[in-house]
Design a protein around this ligand. Structure first.
Ligand code: VGL
Ligand code: ZN
Length: 192
């Protein structure tokens, strides 16, 4: 696609708690981490920017079941589960975007309660390529916000994985992202 510094790879929440062994595991999480490591190297090599978001909740967050929310405790600030997956290797110059720190707000989107939009716009980024975990929550909401904010938005279809609380949630999320104007693309095609 001829990537440039106006392109950004946005790696959503590839953290231990969303991978096998974690409290809110996506079955293909380890694969997504390895795939994203390759994608990040290729994007960076071509001059594109690399961002990784991290779900980053205080203990007792409103999204946790103990507080009346839908989820088991996950990605508690400073915990092992909140760390990026050990097989996610990021190139020099990458940026980490933490979100979900507000105890009252479930920030699924990487743009919510973070300075991702400001960083992208300050850097002159016009196209974003989004993948990671989970397709049906944080990837979905990050892609929808990217479209709303006017970015040309690509969904990396071979680097996502769904929680699938209900069977088909991941597929429905993909439909929603395409309906909102995102384009599905493989990493191979993006970096070709
Ligand atoms: C996520 C559920 C709760 C995600 C984050 O990263 O998709 N899902 N918090
Ligand atoms: Zn969360």
């Amino acid at each position: 696609m001829n990537l440039t510094a106006q392109d950004a790879l946005v790696i959503v929440d590839v953290q231990n708690d969303f991978c096998p062994g974690g409290s809110l595991a996506v079955v293909t999480g380890d694969e997504v981490a390895r795939t994203m490591t390759r994608a990040a190297a290729a994007f960076s090599q071509q001059g594109a920017r690399v961002y990784a978001t991290q779900d980053w909740h205080p203990a007792g967050h409103s999204s946790f079941q103990e507080s009346g929310g839908p989820w088991p405790p996950h990605c508690v600030q400073g915990s092992h589960g909140a760390e990026l997956h050990p097989e996610l290797d990021l190139p020099d110059g990458h940026e980490i975007i933490k979100k979900g720190s507000d105890p009252a707000v479930d920030a699924y989107s990487g743009f919510l309660d973070s300075d991702l939009e400001a960083q992208l716009k300050t850097s002159g980024v016009t196209r974003v390529f989004v993948g990671g975990l989970a397709t049906d929550y944080c990837v979905l909401n990050t892609v929808l916000d990217a479209r709303q904010l006017g970015f040309e938005t690509y969904l990396l279809s071979d680097a996502i994985g769904a929680v699938d609380v209900e069977p088909g949630d991941g597929d429905r999320a993909i439909e929603q992202m395409l309906d909102a104007g995102a384009t599905a693309i493989t990493i191979g095609d993006a970096v070709a």
